[in-house]
Design a protein around this ligand. Structure first.
Ligand SMILES: [Zn+2]
Length: 325
């Protein structure tokens, strides 16, 4: 009821009648004071104010100045209490909210397009975020009667959607965990290096010297640091939206559980631990624990992200500058 009324008639633009009366009264009183002041200027003009003879500053202390000053002070504090200032503030707030909503929608659209280009589903990300959080925002009242202005609700939804999709984009593997030129084994079926049987290889292998740095492929939180059968020394990073990366056969860990990492942070060193035939990094990307080919992400994500960010105003790029390299 109140919400639909607010939709058709924004409170900030509809000045209630008493205020209109106050404005009118105020204008009349101000005009009469101004007329009195003008008359006063006229009466003292020839003798009291002589511009060009170094006496102009005395005008500030003259009675006319006090009349004008009183008239302006009067306009704010006594005749129209708070109404004009509040109306201006509300109008500015509403304009700000509408601008921010449009801005968030634009950023969300860019992030959504980029995710689709990478073969991901932005719609399911937004839906999952809503379910996981039990609602994307804290419900707040924006009016004195406790109701929520639908424009605030719309803005909150837009911001939540933008945040989810941009987090999703930041979580896409986009930084080469090791030297790209050293990829020695791809994702998919291959002959097992130990017994020669056909086996599914669930990641990418990067050859490299023991001790070479291993980088986080995307922004995320470290969820596992330890040893796993076959994998040897492992680090796992969760990137949100069910996205996880795994780094195996390490010689040393450079991360701890719970640590927040940015794309490119060093999280370990190449080694030969676990079921490994020589020093290399075994790198996996898993979505809801299903292994997917990391290569399309690593190869396309930097370009897709660069394009998405190039379309944004500079302010937005500065805020979300997570990608390095
Ligand atoms: Zn491997």
């Amino acid at each position: 009821m109140g919400r639909s009324a607010a939709l058709t008639e924004p409170a900030a633009f509809a000045m209630p009648a008493p205020h209109t009366a106050a404005v009118q009264m105020h204008c009349e009183s101000w005009m009469s004071l101004a007329f009195w002041g003008m008359w006063h200027v006229g009466s003292v003009g020839s003798s009291g104010i002589e511009v060009g003879k170094g006496r102009a500053p005395s005008f500030r202390r003259s009675s006319i100045w006090w009349v004008v000053r009183f008239a302006f002070r009067d306009s704010i504090s006594a005749v129209m209490p708070e109404a004009a200032a509040l109306a201006r503030l509300e109008a500015r707030q509403l304009a700000f909210i509408e601008n921010l909503t449009r801005y968030a929608d634009r950023r969300a659209a860019l992030a959504g397009n980029a995710l689709r280009q990478l073969g991901l589903d932005p719609g399911s990300m937004v839906a999952a975020a809503r379910t996981a959080q039990g609602g994307p925002f804290e419900r707040v009242s924006t009016s004195r009667d406790g109701s929520l202005d639908p424009r605030f609700e719309r803005m909150a939804l837009s911001l939540a959607r933008m945040s989810t999709l941009e987090d999703g984009l930041n979580g896409v593997p986009q930084f080469m965990p090791a030297d790209m030129r050293m990829i020695s084994s791809g994702f998919g079926y291959r002959s097992d290096p130990f017994n020669g049987h056909a086996a599914m290889h669930a990641g990418l292998d990067f050859r490299g010297p023991v001790g070479a740095p291993i980088h986080a492929a995307a922004k995320g939180r470290v969820t596992f640091v330890g040893t796993k059968t076959g994998y040897g020394k492992v680090v796992e990073i969760s990137h949100g939206n069910g996205m996880m990366t795994r780094y195996a056969h390490m010689s040393a860990w450079r991360a701890r559980v719970g640590q927040a990492v940015a794309a490119g942070d060093v999280i370990g060193q190449i080694g030969n631990t676990g079921r490994s035939t020589g020093p290399h990094l075994h790198f996996e990307v898993r979505i809801h624990d299903r292994a997917v080919n990391p290569r399309p992400f690593l190869e396309s994500a930097p370009h897709v992200l660069e394009e998405a960010r190039a379309d944004l105003p500079q302010r937005a790029v500065a805020q979300s500058g997570q990608v390095r390299g």
